[in-house]
Design a binder for this molecule. Structure first.
Ligand code: HEC
Length: 187
């Protein structure tokens, strides 16, 4: 009798596990995927402001050459909700994860008695994308910022320009999880 009960509980656990894995992969089907043009350039993701906002930073840089006045730029990072859920539930970034980073210049009030900074002009738009079907190293990096405004498509940078610093300094799978409270808490 005990054996039957044990057998049943093992089955129940298996069904639950299979169900959970199934639910996670079902969720990924509806995820916004990267779109490429004929030359393999990435099209700029459009509705990323409806994605999960994972964190912001101010004036952050690993480049020692950049020394500037003022607080530097605000960075906002968004990722697809489905990719976020997989990271929260399984601790991994699924294939086709996109992290979109918007940069804003820091403004300040002209009245010197009013302290602090606000986000002024949008000055940058960059994307980190995990797509092993397209890129040998898995992650690839794109900059949609143009001299005037933003471009609609962008080619992946060579490895030394972006990937290497991410691989060396980012906490988890090339992503700077250490700076994004929503991902830190999800772990
Ligand atoms: C010298 C180090 C360094 C280099 C080189 C670098 N990054 Fe980053 N990157 C960072 C740091 C630090 C962050 C953390 C978030 C922030 O800056 O607010 C980051 C975050 C990002 C993010 C947000 C998602 C993530 O992976 O955490 C994107 C998108 C991004 N970088 C794009 C690029 C692109 C495009 C290039 C190449 C043109 C590049 N990066 C080169 C240091 C680097």
């Amino acid at each position: 009798m005990k054996q039957v009960a044990f057998g049943i509980s093992v089955c129940v656990v298996l069904i639950l596990v299979v169900g959970a894995v199934q639910a996670a992969s079902d969720g990924l089907e509806s995820m916004v995927k990267p779109s490429y043009d004929e030359e393999g350039a990435l099209r700029v993701p459009t509705d990323y402001r409806e994605w999960v906002f994972v964190g912001a930073s101010l004036g952050l840089s690993y480049s020692e050459e950049i020394k500037r006045e003022g607080p530097g730029r605000f960075h906002h990072v968004y990722m697809q909700p489905e990719a976020y859920r997989q990271y929260r539930d399984e601790g991994t970034f699924p294939e086709k994860t996109m992290l979109v980073m918007e940069n804003y210049s820091a403004g300040s009030k002209e009245n010197p008695n009013l302290h602090g900074h606000f986000e002024d002009k949008r000055v940058g738009l960059e994307v980190a994308l995990k797509d092993s079907d397209q890129f040998e190293d898995g992650w690839a990096y794109f900059n949609f910022t143009a001299a005037k405004g933003f471009r609609q498509t962008a080619k992946a940078f060579p490895k030394a320009a972006c990937y290497d610093c991410h691989a060396e300094h980012a906490q988890d799978d090339n992503v700077f999880v250490q700076f994004y409270p929503i991902l830190r808490e999800a772990k």
